[in-house]
Design a binder for this molecule. Structure first.
Ligand SMILES: Nc1ncnc2c1ncn2[C@@H]1O[C@H](COP(=O)(O)OP(=O)(O)OP(=O)(O)O)[C@@H](O)[C@H]1O
Ligand SMILES: O=P(O)(O)O[C@H]1[C@H](OP(=O)(O)O)[C@@H](OP(=O)(O)O)[C@@H](O)[C@@H](O)[C@@H]1OP(=O)(O)O
Length: 421
């Protein structure tokens, strides 16, 4: 066990509801020692109070979804968010789980469904897909919506979900059975083909490079094709929580998922999202047996995963170890990766030389989550400075990280390695 100064300082920034659910409300300032991992100092962050005296933190674990969504229209939330962002920018050594831009994209179903659609190509070999969908941006005349529904290849029944993916209203959904009922939708929303899946939802909970699968109730099968049934309005939390039971959730046939396909899905999503704490909701099409992704959740509840907390601490430990391994200059808010473990192949001297040639102080470097260094591969990196981006030897930029961290004199270096292993 290390001295207090050698422990990991972890700040949790969560809503009251989330804190209670995670059983973190008991932690005011507490230390915790895991024999296999070392010592952790856990504390709750109060966004409403100045952050500097509450720190320092090695890692901040957060779910700021409420604040981000409310900041769209509420000046107090805007202020809280701005304070948090400036703290993060001023403390590049503090790792943020997860990076704000990465998680923010999942608050918008238009953005998250585009990510889900990309899985068709990248995971073609595993026959993983997501159902056809349509973005409805604003109220328009029913005939143009009907045309778009047909053009996009959607089939009835259709499930309608709000564009905003977080908050109590976001779970209010409807099942639409005919063209005539498309008048029941309230844009902005997504329309998505309903896929019969035997009323079983597979929740995949991801914590860094570990994931856990839990089965849940889900919507029952419906006859395919349009019919004159009235629209069914429901709340998703009434159908897919562990305790959910309703007329809408009668199980007909359980079809399992293969663990290899789920592992491939998780690996790909970690790369695509640049996140470590997320959930993927998967159903199995009862006709085609295709693994079908219907939702990606930011830092979900992990209900039914008793190993969650130890997995989280182990992930934090591994992120911080890699950060230490990469050297004191090589730290950063989006260093949530598993990737630097193989960073002995990284030629840090040439990285420093390149940075020096350009007279850039090298402040922060991280490997994008999910990218593993390939042995003997050359590595590519990008130096961002304010709006200007300088690219070195960059053959393929797969994803550019947290540009919010490159402010003023702070230069963000993101190492991007090709191929996983
Ligand atoms: N395309 C689909 N086909 C069949 N059933 C679906 C489809 N989309 C959603 N469902 C059903 O509706 C439920 C809610 O959908 P979804 O996961 O998108 O909602 P959510 O409110 O974002 O969920 P969460 O609580 O995980 O955030 C699913 O658990 C599943 O039962
Ligand atoms: O707290 P809970 O256990 O209900 O967790 C739910 C979480 O609420 P939280 O915000 O309080 O974490 C939800 O977040 P928002 O959609 O509202 O962003 C969403 O991620 C659900 O998928 C989670 O349920 P699960 O997927 O685990 O069933």
């Amino acid at each position: 066990t290390g001295s207090p100064m050698s422990g990991r300082r972890v700040g949790f920034c969560l809503s009251d509801k989330k804190r209670k659910r995670m059983n973190l409300h008991a932690f005011h300032r507490c230390s915790l020692t895991d024999p296999s991992l070392g010592e952790f100092f856990l504390s709750q962050i109060d966004l409403a109070r100045p952050l500097v005296p509450q720190g320092p933190f090695d890692v901040i674990v957060h779910k700021l979804s409420d604040v981000i969504v409310e900041a769209e229209h509420d000046s107090r939330s805007q202020q809280l968010l701005a304070n948090f962002q400036s703290y993060v920018a001023a403390h590049p050594g503090t790792v943020l789980l997860d990076p704000l831009p990465a998680m923010t994209q999942l608050l918008d179903r238009f953005a998250s469904y585009r990510i889900m659609t990309k899985l068709h190509n990248s995971l073609r070999d595993w026959r993983i897909c997501s159902p056809p969908y349509l973005e409805i941006h604003s109220v328009s005349d029913p005939s143009s919506i009907q045309q778009a529904v047909m053009a996009q290849g959607l089939s009835f029944p259709i499930i309608c979900k709000t564009r905003v993916a977080h908050g109590s209203l976001s779970h209010e959904m409807s099942l639409i059975f005919s063209e005539g009922s498309l008048a029941d939708i309230h844009p902005p929303c997504v329309l998505q083909s309903f896929v019969n899946h035997g009323a079983v939802l597979h929740k995949v909970f991801v914590v860094g490079d570990q994931h856990f699968c839990v089965e849940r109730p889900s919507l029952k099968n419906f006859p395919s094709g349009p019919c004159d049934r009235e629209t069914i309005f429901f709340n998703s939390h009434q159908v897919s929580k562990p305790e959910s039971s309703s007329d809408l959730t009668a199980v007909s046939r359980i079809v399992g998922v293969t663990s290899e396909a789920v592992a491939a899905l998780v690996k790909e999503l970690r790369v695509q999202l640049g996140m470590a704490l997320f959930g993927v909701d998967v159903i199995i099409n009862i006709q085609t047996h295709t693994l079908t992704v219907i939702d990606i959740n930011i830092f979900p509840g992990y209900e039914g995963v008793p190993q969650f907390f130890s997995a989280l601490l182990s992930h934090i430990e591994s992120v911080l170890d890699k950060q230490t391994f990469a050297g004191p200059q090589a730290v950063g808010p989006s260093a949530t990766s598993t990737a630097l473990s193989t960073s002995r192949t990284v030629d840090t001297r040439s990285l420093s030389d390149a940075a020096r040639d350009n007279r850039l102080p090298l402040r922060f470097c991280s490997c994008h989550p999910g990218f593993q260094m390939k042995h003997n591969s050359c590595f590519y990196f990008i130096v961002e400075e304010a709006e200007e981006m300088v690219t070195y030897s960059c053959v393929e930029v797969m994803q550019i990280g947290n540009s919010q961290n490159s402010r003023n004199s702070l230069h963000t270096v993101i190492i991007i390695a090709q191929n996983i292993y």
